[in-house]
Write a protein that binds this ligand. Sequence first.
Ligand code: F6R
Length: 607
Amino acid sequence: MCGIVGYVGSELAAPFLLESLKRLEYRGYDSAGIALIEDGKLVRFRRAGKVRDLEHDLHGAAYSATVGIGHTRWATHGVPTDRNAHPHLDCHGRIAVIHNGIIENHAVLRERLENDGHVFSSETDTEVLAHLVESLYDGDLLDAVRKAIGQAQGAFAVAILSQDAPDRIVFAKRGSPLVVGRSEGAAYVSSDVPALLGKASEVQFLLDDELGEITLDGYRILTLDGRPVHRAPHRVSADPVAIQKGGYKHFMLKEIHEQARSVGETLREKLDQGTRLLGMPALEQVDPDFDHIYFVACGTAHHAAKVAEYLWESVLPVPAHAIIASEFRLRNAHITPRTLVIAVSQSGETIDTLMAVRSARSRGAHVIALVNAEQSAIERESNAAVYTRAGIEIGVAATKTFTAQIAALGLIGLALSRVKGAASEAESSRELRELALLPGRIVEALRVEDKVRTLAERLRHASDVLFLARGALFPIALEGALKLKEISYIHAEGYPAGEMKHGPIALIDEGTPVIMLASRGPAYDKLLSNMEEVKARKGFVIAVSDAPEDPNLVRLADEILPVPTSSGISSPILFTIPLQLLAYYVAVSLGTDVDQPRNLAKTVTVE
Ligand code: F6R
């Protein structure tokens, strides 16, 4: 959740650190800080607030340091205050620590260190590490860090700077992500690749219980027991432009507009000439005798899984259930070696999903990860991975990765039905022909933007919004409500439309906005009946529909947001677009921080 960056090179460290922290701010943004080795002395600057506030504090200061670490925080232990901001120091201000994750045994360690005379100045678990390293330091920083993490329990990625070893940054990882990189004359450590785009020419993703150091000579990685690690590095392929707003006011809007491409890329890799399904290597090892499928995922990724739960019912002869990852371990889901688990995660780092993967594997299931980030923890702990090709998503509210997940899950479903020998050739080729048209239809769907912008002005005054749908669009109602909640802070709920009369109808009063996803299909007439029920209570009906000219719909709806006609996998993707735009424009109209909404973080690495 927090962003970590470290630099050793020949250029000024402070501007690099601030720029990198801005790129990592989607990971957490309640406080920020840096530590530098300035004229042989460790100096630290930190504060609650955004990176730009820290930059403002530092403005005009001419620091000549070429070695430093920086951190942007998402508070877990201790409220976001200046005092709790990272870096944290030891008693003598010679060692600075930045940390992502949680030190679970921090209370025990703290008590022991306090008994030994260490004086703490924050409420964080991280400060324990600074004092622990201090207590273990006898001239070799790397060795002290190795011993310290040997005593620490929990998940962490740390970078440590010491005035006594001023030419290096020591790092260690367990659980939380960490990457090191190098270029001519400089080396870097970071919690995520975006900080290093345009800087490092190659990167190496660390595995759990690896540690090491960066110096002017590059990076050195060791295992916890001191063995050197040599793995082929990865070239950095993403373009730094991918993490710029490209003329859009917010990353979220840019990412909404990128969906024709991100869905197109996700499909392209899995299709031959856009129309024939290619064999996916990850599916080749699946035992055709699988008899049950579970999806595990959180938040938006869970909604994508839930869409697949509906869609796969008609292509696969075995049951498929989407379970929220944090609930998965608590339930006695029936898992056998014939169970197939699909873990869906944009980041590939979400701890709840990772824990569900571990639990499923320990019970013998075969696990396939569907991830947007290669080399992630969830991919590593699964049997195999399939990728969404949405590119880096910076906006905290997931948009383009969601539609890419639905597209990929659609194709995985078709591919698995072939593994099962259940695919009807005619059905899958009809679906694939539809999918070939999908990127163009996404562009068409985006044309609703002006209408949505106007409508958003009316919704900004709402205190509750209901999203209703049936069938495979029900998870899209959930997603529409989640998006609105996340960035506008308006209370919103998604329900199957048929459930409305069993409770939520009590919320409908004069003018209550009710957004109804009315897709021409078997449930269309029933949805129109639900619309009548809303109208009868004077609700304000917004129909999102692929039948915008149907006179019955025109009669019942106060507003209609048209969606291009489609079916199968394409339909939930296209219905998502007006809802993303609606959440975005309501939030803009309310003046909230769209890309970094309050309390949220892009990658949730705590349970
Ligand atoms: C919502 C959102 C979150 C994530 C969830 C899972 O906009 O972004 O609900 O979908 O935290 O994240 P990943 O997909 O990285 O596992």
